[in-house]
Design a protein around this ligand. Sequence first.
Ligand code: ATP
Ligand code: MG
Ligand code: MG
Ligand code: MG
Length: 477
Amino acid sequence: MMTKTVAELLSQEVTLQDVTVKGWVRTFRANRFIALNDGSTLNNIQCVVDFENFDEATLKRVTTGAAIHISGDLVESQGKGQKVEIQVKKLEILGDSDPETYPIQPKKHSFEFLRENAHLRTRTSTFSAIMRVKSSLSFAVHKYFTENGFYNMHTPMITASDAEGAGEMFRVTTLDAKNPPLNKNGEVDFSQDFFGKEANLTVSGQLEAETYAMSLGKVYTFGPTFRAENSNTSRHLAEFWMIEPEVAFMDLAGNMDLAEDFVKSVINYILEHNQEDLDFLDNRLFNEEKTKPQAERSPMRLIEKLKFVTDNNFKRVSYTEAIDILRQSKPNKKKKFKYLIEEWGADLQSEHERFLVEKHFKCPVILFDYPANIKAFYMRLNDDGKTVRAMDVLFPGIGEIIGGSQREERLDVLKEKMKALDIPEEELWWYLDLRKYGTAVHSGFGLGFERLVMFATGMGNIRDVIPYPRTPQNAEF
Ligand code: ATP
Ligand code: MG
Ligand code: MG
Ligand code: MG
């Protein structure tokens, strides 16, 4: 007996005697045709049962969702729709599935319904396709960096530093809730959280990655990050994974080249390796779009969007130019894009970003040289004293997918900036040391992995590209 996956069986060119396969029943038609899936591929294998050879009690247990073990011969299929099928000789029920209560029926479920059944939703074609694409992307990320001379490193999850200065951190605490230490004012002293010191969950591994870049040259992290954003948008999670390359002696222009080459490379990888899953998602989402009012429909299909990124040069535009463009474009209440940028200095919303990409430039955009006061403290100040060498990479349908910068390498400028923002030098003495000893130009960026997966799979909600989304009040399962 040869145990095979469904993917292996479906790609067989020859017929095979006595194969065995295990999986979950998708459908069982006419007491004869079992569609079996084991997650190895989008498609099911058809298993043909000669019902006279099996007892009725066993056949009754072949229900949607049941785990079964099948042995038989792989033969050329008589029917349409598949090249091969299994003539079943042996059928064993491994785990029953009550058809009355099993939530995943052989029909199209809404994404909302499936979110409530996150533990079973990968039994559907859509969610198993998403997770296979996600896995490929993850591999492509490591492949790209390894092939380009980067070292992978793990930055700490528990840290005292607030890299972004945005105050969106989860506290880590060992305090005894019943008997917490108190400060002079009689309030709970959170600075003693971590066995007597303050600690948080990391919002970015960047600062630590910088220290490694300044010795190993090219490094990247790819790990979990946490942000206590108490908002319910379709592109923010409280726990997500971030890819953060950091490179010594690289300036902002080099950073843009790296970002563009990197995203093109990983998207090309899935276009080559996940064609079946991507075509399926493309069709599924296209049909979904058709049910929406015209004005809300996505202007591009999935594969088109992926090629929009791989086949176009990314347009590099300064923040100041972008604001001019946005101010000149007339608001149109009926259409999707309503531009409300009034003045230089405002941060862009996703709708502004998408306008620049989808309507104005019609290609992916890299915005750079943002106002210093809307960006983090560590970004390299330009000679104008007002802007920093920051960059955001903007994609269709999503807006910001990457945020990065050239880092401030001058000790005096960095110290001044920290002082203005009330960041104590004692907290980041190690970070300042890098500027004291052998400082140099260096740059890097952060890419939210789930945002990349959203883009790559065409999903409109970040909750649908992570197994168990962590959003406000949602940490159950
Ligand atoms: P946004 O403007 O969308 O809130 P940001 O500017 O706060 O993002 P950065 O600090 O620049 O985000 O982080 C780098 C990247 O991490 C972003 O470009 C995005 O891809 C991703 N990211 C940031 N916050 C989240 C989040 N809460 N959930 C998922 N991905 C995120
Ligand atoms: Mg944010
Ligand atoms: Mg942003
Ligand atoms: Mg950003």
